[in-house]
Design a protein around this ligand. Structure first.
Ligand code: SF4
Length: 206
């Protein structure tokens, strides 16, 4: 059967767009958060999910504690050096594409914990997409951070190669090599990599 459309018959019936735009629209409105909560920022996050602030208004209410079912990690609290390899493993296990929000000064810079035991910023060991300042950040700040991430996702392309994620996996291989080769624990290997990176003048290990 042959169908021919003439003149304005298609008006209002057809819409054209880019595949990137449709996929990004779906992705940014269906983020599944994984809360990596270690301290007080995690308590503030509870109110973000509760009825008053209600993150589900942004399509991000499907919180999961399984990394394989999440694509937006929210690091909420102080991360110690011993937790660094755990954070890296959980990040590696998350579904792709994946994004990270560093929530509060502790996650972003170690905060007031300028000590040998505290990781001085999670971006030393995993890629971060959005930093949310504050101690703790108010729920409005966390929501603003999610909105900034949505804006970032809008600009992404399906063909875009995420170099920083590829480099992260390479650094994970290096970590495993160190663990096996020198019989180190995860956090010892990560610590050694941080020192190596500092020696090169780099702020991150990936
Ligand atoms: S930034 Fe402040 S509120 Fe958040 S974990 Fe650190 S000390 Fe607690």
């Amino acid at each position: 059967m042959e169908t021919t459309f003439r003149g304005n018959e298609l008006d209002g019936a057809v819409m054209t767009t880019r595949l990137d735009a449709v996929v990004n629209w779906a992705r940014k409105n269906s983020l599944w958060p994984l809360p990596f909560g270690t301290a007080c920022c995690a308590i503030e996050f509870m109110s973000v999910m509760a009825s008053k602030y209600d993150l589900s208004r942004f399509g991000a209410e499907a919180m999961r504690f399984s990394p394989r079912q999440s694509d937006m990690m929210m690091v909420l609290g102080t991360v110690t050096n011993k937790m660094a390899p755990v954070l890296r493993t959980i990040y590696a296990q998350m579904a792709e594409p994946k994004w990270v929000l560093s929530v509060g000064v502790c996650a972003s810079s170690g905060g007031m914990y300028r000590t040998y035991a505290t990781l001085q910023g999670i971006d030393r060991v995993i890629p971060v997409d959005v930093y949310i300042p504050g101690c703790p950040p108010r729920p409005e700040s966390m929501i603003y951070g999610v909105m900034k991430l949505q804006e970032k996702i809008e600009q992404e392309s399906l063909s875009m190669r995420k170099d920083h994620i590829a480099r992260f996996y390479e650094s994970l291989d290096r970590q495993r090599e160190l663990e096996r080769g020198k019989d180190l624990t995860g956090h010892q290997a990560v610590h050694e990599m941080i020192l190596e990176a500092a020696g090169r003048g780099a702020a991150t290990i990936f």
